[in-house]
Ligand binder design. Structure first.
Ligand SMILES: *[C@@H]1O[C@H](CO)[C@@H](O)[C@H](O)[C@H]1NC(C)=O
Ligand SMILES: *[C@@H]1O[C@H](CO)[C@@H](O)[C@H](O)[C@H]1NC(C)=O
Ligand SMILES: *[C@@H]1O[C@H](CO)[C@@H](O)[C@H](O)[C@H]1NC(C)=O
Length: 394
């Protein structure tokens, strides 16, 4: 709509008024038959002028607009060429701390077990040290074994430090339950980054076996920044008859818990492990999804440098179309406004949703029910809470 109104404004600038002015002298001198002749000439002249103006002004302008906003234009038109994915079967989620586990299971139509299942939390680690700590503290009471793999290569084939290894001292509380693996990068330049990512996820399957996972153990498959809430995992380990594969619908935050984008992050999933069948991946595995099961906090970094690293190094590096996207001041300004780092439109499948989500994300002032470790150490993680958008440099 916005594009359209702009176009018509542009057209009106070349309306017939202007060509009349150019020809007005000729019109005054002539009369009768010659008038119509010269008018014809004028019209022709006007048309030529229009054509030149079109070529000289409009074409370069279009090229420039397409160069700068091309991805925006194509993603705005996405509803025309892409159908939305099949919708999920939403499972209502019931929880209150004062309701017994037996009743909670019953509310979901499930039975209760005599013993809880064992739980394996498995992540592929890049550089999210702060978020990893919040995640592991959240899941700590219910996880049997933490499994973490890191590589000295980013998905785009750049060398990277082993950030977990360098910060391992912060994670003493899981040391006795940690299976840690390193995966040497292959460093193939110019390859599609999704290939390196798939290769690293494959390595995770081996590490998982090493960690001693067995059939019917619960396996949490999610990125580090997709954090299931503690009570969700407790429910799933205690109840009988849960779906073999269940996606978790997470609240979707950007930069911090101040910017709630939507409630629809769906990639995280929980699996009842079946050896030979369960494969570690980060795509859609099934149709069942449990509502309101945790938080997804993308680009929730403490330092501006971490934003730059992530923008350059991961699977969406192609979105950094201009070098000024990596400018420190620009990144800080965008974080505080809740705008898009890559200057892109929302990735949605209907015009209504695209238009509804255009512009900055509204501020949220609720910090009610966030991961408990975050709230108990608010001074340390201030940058993740509402009203603290300024980041540390370096
Ligand atoms: C909720 O449970 C706690 C203990 O688990 C108890 O102290 C408290 O009184 C309960 N509250 C209500 C409203 O039942
Ligand atoms: C990555 O790690 C592997 C094995 O750990 C090592 O042989 C290789 O030299 C490392 N590459 C870089 C660029 O650090
Ligand atoms: C997300 O869900 C909460 C309730 O859990 C609601 O208050 C909020 O408006 C929702 N946000 C969006 C962006 O849909």
């Amino acid at each position: 709509m916005w594009n359209k109104s702009r176009l018509t404004e542009g057209e009106s600038r070349y309306s017939s008024k202007k060509t009349d002015d150019i020809c007005s002298e000729a019109n005054d001198e002539d009369s009768g038959r010659t008038l119509s002749m010269s008018r014809l000439k004028c019209i022709k002249y006007g048309l030529d002028m229009k054509a030149y103006l079109f070529l000289l002004v409009l074409v370069p302008m279009c090229v420039f607009v397409i160069y700068v906003h091309g991805p925006k234009i194509t993603s705005f038109l996405r509803p025309l060429w892409e159908k939305p994915p099949k919708s999920f079967h939403d499972i209502p989620h019931y929880y209150h701390e004062n309701v017994s586990m037996e009743n909670l299971c019953k509310l979901h139509g499930w039975g209760i077990r005599e013993h809880p299942r064992r739980v394996f939390d498995v992540v592929l680690f890049n550089n999210e040290v702060d978020i990893l700590k919040i995640r592991w503290k959240e899941l700590d009471p219910y996880v049997t074994e933490f499994v973490l793999l890191e590589s000295n290569s980013t998905f785009t084939g750049l060398a990277k430090p082993l950030f977990f290894s360098a910060n391992r001292g912060q994670f003493k509380f899981v040391e006795s339950r940690l299976t840690y693996g390193q995966c040497p990068g292959r460093f193939r330049r110019g390859e599609n980054p999704f290939i390196e990512e798939a290769y690293q996820r494959l390595a995770l399957d081996f590490l998982l076996k090493q960690a001693g996972i067995q059939d019917d153990d619960l396996l949490i498959m999610s990125d580090v920044d997709e954090i299931p809430s503690r009570h969700t995992i407790n429910l799933l380990r205690w109840c009988d008859g849960i779906p073999p594969i269940l996606h978790l619908r997470l609240k979707n935050y950007l930069y911090s818990f101040e910017f709630l984008v939507d409630n629809n992050s769906w990639r995280a999933s929980v699996h009842r492990y079946q050896s030979g069948k369960t494969k570690y991946a980060h795509y859609r595995h099934s149709d069942d999804i449990l509502a309101d099961a945790g938080w997804h906090c993308s680009f929730c970094f403490r330092h501006i440098n971490e934003f730059i690293f992530k923008m350059k190094a991961y699977s969406h590096f192609d979105r950094v179309r201009f070098s000024h996207f990596l400018n420190t001041k620009r990144i800080q300004r965008i974080i505080c406004r809740g705008e898009n780092l890559f200057d892109m439109l929302p990735e949605e499948y209907t015009f209504k949703e695209i238009i509804g989500k255009m512009g900055p994300i509204p501020h949220s002032y609720s910090a009610v029910y966030l991961p408990s470790y975050l709230l108990e150490n608010a001074h340390k993680y201030k940058f993740l809470l509402p009203g603290n958008c300024l980041r540390e440099s370096g």
